[in-house]
Design a protein around this ligand. Sequence first.
Ligand SMILES: *Cc1c(COP(=O)(O)O)cnc(C)c1O
Length: 402
Amino acid sequence: MVHEHAERLGRDHAALPAYIYDLDGLAAHAAGIRAAIPGSVEFFYAVKANPDPVVLRVVARHADGLEVSSGGERRHAAATVPGSLLAFGGPGKTGAELAAAVRAGTFRFHVESPHELRLLGSIALAAGCQADVLLRANLPAADAEPAPAGPEAGTRLVMGGGPAPFGMDPGLLDRCAQWLCAGSPEAGRLRLRGLHAHLASGLEAPELLASAASVLAFARAWCTRHGVQRPEVNLGGGMAVDYRRPGALFEWASYGRGLALAVREGETLRIEPGRAVTAYCGWYVTRVLDVKRSHGEAFAVVAGGTHHLRTPAAKGHDQPFMVIPVDTWAHGWTRPTVRTERVTIVGQLCTPKDVLARDVEVARLRAGDVVAFGLAGAYAWNISHYGFLMHPVPGFHYVGTG
Ligand SMILES: *Cc1c(COP(=O)(O)O)cnc(C)c1O
């Protein structure tokens, strides 16, 4: 269906570049994630991966709630999916954002520092409300393996286990617990529910389960020590998306079986994946404007570029793509073409960083052909610097009903 839609857009010169979202594929994928993890484990979607309202509504039907990382995301999620349970995380929450979130009855606050905890307490007191808190922990990562070298280098984003602006070291967690127990009116407005840990992104199921085991061991002991009843542990997101092998999905089934073995009576586990939920549903479809050679290497210039699809520039990979041939050629001269050779696909920006795929083999690519980049449904359009160079923004198309 996406392919047909892309072909149709390819016949209309003004229609590209465009994003196409496969809503039926997304619904099936999100339902599969929900089915693969135990019913007792809550599945929140990390909105920052893709907050597109249509996408968000489809995901929300299969998720137990949404994780938002800013005041803007919180308002957007509340307006787009009224009544959804929201967990409000992220560094640098402002007093105004916290106050609005407290008044809106936000389901959980993921608190990032002792100062933020006191600020939230004083805001809740002033508003005459209660707030439910998970303290975000910065714990040593479970696998002490060195980061992979070579083609896998840089695919992981490490958020914890060392100095980081995210979360709190065990000593600061203890300080927060002591302040909460000391009996101030501000502290009386906060209910400590447990801990949150999102330590890294881009992990496969075995690595993520190893990380979950060490987080759980810490969290259970910590919650017992500080008298947290029926503790909650949010294990974060970070499930890998392999951009070199678009067909190889994160092993949700084995991850789910691992969680089922890990979870204990009387505690609530929660996960909050983003990338691995929505990456697969999005396509960035554009047209080859020019093909040429420079110092012996072939380049294809497409309409748009990394200001629409920043993912390959941000992650340093080649975005997977397929070529959709367009046979009409309106000009009276030879069509610029590459055949069975390596080509670098770039966009329209005046910077050498505007590379969507570098030195990749193609059977044939001609000016006028359509190129559809896959895995463009997460950290794609919404992280892109589309104002740079003032090119037109892409169109947005939704295929299926979800
Ligand atoms: C970004 C983020 C996530 C989602 O991470 P993915 O790698 O997209 O799964 C979850 N939790 C927190 C706190 C985050 O910052």
